[in-house]
Each structure stands twice: as structure tokens, then as C-alpha cells.
Design a protein around this ligand. Structure first.
Ligand code: 13P
Ligand code: SF4
Length: 325
């Protein structure tokens, strides 16, 4: 890639209000090693917004929501992609880069939504609701994507639904995302019963309590939250949309009804905003650590592979989504 390795001390500047100086030593050695390995391997690290600040701010080349990571995976010139996120994100990167090496630092980094549905389930839904196109959330396996007409993310779900120009669609597997989108469109949406184990735990009562205890707080929610939580919020959007909201509107006080590291990362970029933090941790995202990213680059494990015939079908669904602007 030919870019200069940033000095580790300069990187500390980005996270110094979050990581105390005496803890920095624990991270610095891995960060140095990862920066050197990235150059050696011609590798990039793509990190989701839920990665911890030392990953997000110190070793990631690209950060963003699922949609941005897919778009960037499509563009990268690197030979190796390390996906600091969960398995479906690494699979999406591999679908878009069949000739590249895609590594996931921990194979156990799954997702409760991806676990909630199989390819057989999608085929059954098609039988039960013939003629309706199937829109699959990217938080699914490649096998499920292969059974779908088109993918969506939380950042483009409404646009994807309306792009099909039909009165009724099947949208899998996140029931709450489907219900939240259904409120914003005339298209009828048939949903599945999948839930995100992180976002399903937020409640509308919690938001009311937060507003009482933190006057003036602006509440931003991820659309994987239950519809009554979204209804109590001031804004709902993908992780990137929440981050953009803070950057553009600069609220004095904000709460992000989503995964914990999201607030940590955005707060570091906006020191004048007060972040109220009743968050829920995603145990899958938290399986990715600096030592595991280092190990992935040292050993070139764990490589994500997808059966080529299945990948060809799944890729069509992802590329159709990416073609929508
Ligand atoms: P985003 O696409 O909004 O980043 O969401 C991904 C995710 O897993 C949220 O839980
Ligand atoms: Fe999956 Fe929820 Fe974790 Fe996102 S936060 S990766 S949807 S379990």
C-alpha cells in the first residue's frame, strides 16, 4: 500500500480520553505489529462501528456500517482483507472479492439474526407466499443470501423495498427491522421472527426514564430495536446514520440505543457532546480483539471460504443491493 506507518504515539492521541496512559502499553505492541503486518501482507482492516476504540481508531483502514463495509470491500486494491466485525460481514466481503483472501480473526464471531434463519426456511417462505420477492438483511449466511432476490442493510432497507415496485415483499430475518420499515412505506412486508439479541433488550420505558433523568437528551435508536423503542426515539438509523446525526447536529446530550462501543467511538470524535450510556454489548463483536487481529495477520487465519456455486447466487443478491444508490 506504500503509506507511512503512523507513529503509535500519534495514534494514542486519538484515544487518550478513553484509554488511560498506563493501559496504552497493553495495546501499543499489538498495534505496532498489526501496522507492520498490514504493509507486509498488503492487507487492510475493515472495522465495524461496534469494534472497540483501539481497533476502530488505531488499526482500521476503513470503518463504517455494514453497507459502507460492503461498498469498501468492493473497492479495495489490497490482497488481504481482515474483517474486524462478525462472520456475515466477512462473508459479504468474500462474496465481493472471490479472488482475495478474507480473514476473520475469530470464527465464533456470529450474529443472532444470522442464526435465526436457514436456506430451507427461505424456501418454505417462498412456497407459503408465492410470487413475493425475498429481501434478505445482510445479517445472514451466504446460503440464505443465495436464496434471496436482493439484500438490504439497516441503511438502505426502505429504499430496497421500494425499488422493487411491488405491493408486497418478504423481508427476512429481522422482525423489528421489517416492522420499522413497514411504518415508513406503503409496501406490505411479510416478516420473519428473527431478533438481534442486543437491540431487542432496549425498552420504551428505559427511554422515558432516560428523558426524565437526563433532560434534553436526544435519543437515537438502531432500527433493529423493537418498534415501540423506535417510536419513543428522536431518530432511527443505521450505525453510520447515528454517527452522521451526531456529527451534523452536534446535540449537547445524546444517547445511542445500540451496542456500547458505538458511543465510545463516536464520543472520541465529538468531545463536546455528552453521551449517556445505557448500552448493550454484542458478545460476537467483542470476540474480535487486537491480539486476534495480529494473530490473523501472522498466521493468515481464519480464511473465509464459500462454495463457488453458492457464492455466485449470493453475490447477485448483494450486488443488486449495491447497485441501488
Ligand atoms: P449497521 O449496518 O447499522 O452497522 O448494523 C449492523 C449490525 O449488526 C447492527 O446490530
Ligand atoms: Fe448481530 Fe445484533 Fe451483534 Fe449486530 S449487534 S452483530 S445484529 S447480534
Amino acid at each position: 500500500m506504500g503509506t507511512a506507518v503512523p507513529d503509535t504515539a500519534l495514534l494514542y492521541d486519538r484515544v487518550k480520553t478513553f484509554i488511560p496512559p498506563m493501559e496504552w502499553g497493553v495495546f501499543a505492541d499489538d498495534i505496532d505489529a498489526i501496522l507492520a503486518l498490514k504493509r507486509q501482507r498488503n492487507a487492510v482492516v475493515l472495522a465495524h462501528n461496534y469494534q472497540t476504540p483501539e481497533i476502530f481508531h488505531c488499526v482500521a483502514d476503513i470503518t463504517g456500517d455494514s453497507l459502507a463495509l460492503a461498498r469498501e470491500a468492493q473497492k479495495t486494491q489490497a490482497s488481504v482483507i481482515v474483517l474486524a466485525g462478525v462472520h456475515f460481514m466477512a462473508e459479504t466481503a468474500k462474496l465481493l472479492n472471490p479472488e482475495k483472501t478474507v480473514l476473520i480473526p475469530d470464527l465464533r464471531a456470529g450474529c443472532s439474526l444470522a442464526e435465526s434463519i436457514t436456506a430451507d426456511d427461505v424456501r418454505l417462505m417462498r412456497q407459503r407466499y408465492p410470487g413475493r420477492p425475498v429481501i434478505t438483511y445482510v445479517n445472514t449466511s451466504a446460503a440464505v443470501k443465495a436464496e434471496s432476490d436482493i439484500c438490504c442493510t439497516s441503511g438502505n432497507a426502505k429504499k430496497v423495498v421500494e425499488s422493487l415496485d411491488v405491493p408486497e415483499v418478504i423481508m427476512l430475518p429481522d422482525e423489528y427491522l421489517a416492522q420499522n420499515v413497514a411504518k415508513e412505506t406503503k409496501v406490505k412486508i411479510i416478516a420473519w421472527k428473527g431478533h438481534c439479541e442486543v437491540h431487542e433488550r432496549f425498552t420504551a420505558a428505559e427511554i422515558r426514564e432516560l428523558r426524565a433523568s437526563h433532560p434534553g437528551v436526544v435519543v437515537l435508536a438502531h432500527p433493529e430495536c423493537p418498534p415501540d423503542v423506535v417510536a419513543e426515539s428522536d431518530f432511527a438509523g443505521s450505525t453510520a446514520a447515528m454517527s452522521d446525526y451526531v456529527a451534523q447536529r452536534r446535540p449537547r446530550r445524546v444517547v445511542l440505543m445500540t451496542e456500547c462501543s458505538m458511543s465510545d467511538n463516536v464520543a472520541l470524535q465529538h468531545p463536546t457532546t455528552e453521551f449517556v450510556r445505557p448500552c448493550n454489548l454484542c458478545p460476537h463483536m467483542k470476540r474480535i480483539t487486537l491480539p486476534k487481529i495480529r494473530e490473523a495477520l501472522e498466521t493468515m487465519r481464519h480464511e473465509v471460504t464459500i462454495d463457488p456455486a453458492l457464492a455466485a447466487r449470493a453475490r447477485v443478491a448483494v450486488e443488486r443491493m449495491l447497485a441501488i444508490r
